[in-house]
Design a binder for this molecule. Sequence first.
Ligand code: HEM
Length: 420
Amino acid sequence: MSTVTNAIKGFATRAATRTLATLGDQMAKLYLAPPDPWPVYRAIRDRGPVYRSRMGYTAVSSHELCARVLRGPGFGVRDSAGRLTEEQMIPVGSVPSLLELDPPDHGKLRRLVAPAFRPKLINEYRPRIEETTGRLLDKIDGPFDLMSDFATPLPITVISELLGIPEDSRARFADYGKLAGQALDGQLTARQQVDLEKAIAALNDLFSELMAQRRVDPGNDVISVLVQAVDGDKITADELLSTCQLLLIAGFETTVNLIGNAVFHLGRNPAQWALLRERPELAAGAVEETLRYEPPVPITGRVSQTEVELAGERLPADTPVLTMLATANRDSSVYPEPDRFDITREGGPEHFAFSSGVHYCLGAQLARIEGEIALRALAERFPDLRPVGTPVLRPSASIRGFVRFPVEVGVRGSGVLRSS
Ligand code: HEM
C-alpha cells in the first residue's frame, strides 16, 4: 500500500507536476488526482505493458506483469542496498511495519501476526459485525451520508474490537485513523501534521496501556496474541506498536471505500442492484466484483533489486515500479468484458485488490466478510436506497473512494438505486 502520492511527492512541486501533466505525462496526471482516473489508467495501458514516466517511475498495467512484480523474484519494497525508498514509506510507527519489510524480516513478523487473522478466528467475528451493522442501520430513518453514517463507523468498530480497544478510547482511535488516512493522500496541512504527531503519541500510550493490561488478562484479540510474542522475545514492543498502527490504517481506510464504491457502482447499474435485492446471497459476489472493478487501493509499488527484464525492457536495479492494480483487474486478456460490472461474474484469476505475493492483504477475509454483511443488510433493509446529489470523491491517487455520499432510503417498493 505504498502511495502514489509518496511515490511522486519527492519528485517535484505541484507546479512542475502540472507542467509534466500538460506535456502528456500520465503519472503526473494521476498525481493531480483527477476525479475519474480511468482515462489516465487506460492511456498508460494503451502505451504498452511497461510505461516510463518522465518523473522517473515505471508503471506496469497488465495482469501478467503486475503478478511478476508483486510476486518477484527481483523486486521488493526495499532497494538493492536494503534501504526503504520514499515511495514505500507509510505514516506509521517508529520501526518498519510489515509493508516496509522484505523477506526474511517480513516473514518473521508476518508469522507472528498471522495467527490473529486465522480464518476460524475471523469467522467468529461475523455475529459481531452483523450486530454492529444492524445497530448502525437501525438509526437511519431518512436521508443519510453513506460514508460518515455507515461505511466509516462499521470498519472502525470492527478493527477496534479486533484490537480490543475499549469503548471510551474509540473516538480517539478513529481520529487518528482519519488523520493517518489524510497523510496517505499527502493532504496534511502543517497544523494537521502536528495533530497527527500528537495523535501517534496518544495512540502509543493507549497501546502501551493495553499491552500491560493484556499481559495480565489476555483475551482473544490481536494485542493479546502479539503480547505473547513480545514476552517470548520474538518481537519488540516497538514492532508491536507499528503493527497495531498499520492494522488501524490498513483495516480502516480501505474497507470504508469498498462499501462506498460498491454502493456507487450498484447505483450506476440498476439491474445489478435489482439482482442483489432479489438475491441478497449475491452480496459476496458484489464485494468481489467491486474489488475487481474499482479497488480501494488502485496502485502499489515495488523496487527492482537487481537488473530485470520486463516485457523485453531492461530495468536497472533500484528502479521504482508502480503496479497498476486497478488496470490489471480490467485486463481483457484474463477477464471477459472487463469494463462490465457483473456481480455474478465467475472464472478468471483472483483480482489484485488485495495485492499478491508475500504482502497479500492480511485482512482480506475480514474485509470480505464486512463488505458482504454491509451490502446484504443495505439491500435487505433499504431496497429503494438511492443517491441524492453528487457524491464527493476523495482527492487522492492512492485511495479510491468517496468523502461524502448522500443517499436516501426512499419508499419501500418504489424504485431502485440510481446514480444522480
Ligand atoms: C477492502 C479492504 C482492503 C483492501 C482493498 C486492502 C488492500 C491491501 C493491499 C493492496 C495490500 C498490499 C499492498 C502491497 O502489496 O504493497 C494490503 C496489505 C495489508 N492489509 Fe489490507 N486491505 C483491506 C483491508 C484490510 C483489513 C480489514 C486489514 C486488517 C484489519 C488489513 C490489513 C493489511 C495488512 C496488515 C497488510 C500488510 C501485509 C503484509 O505486508 O504482509 N487490510 N491490503
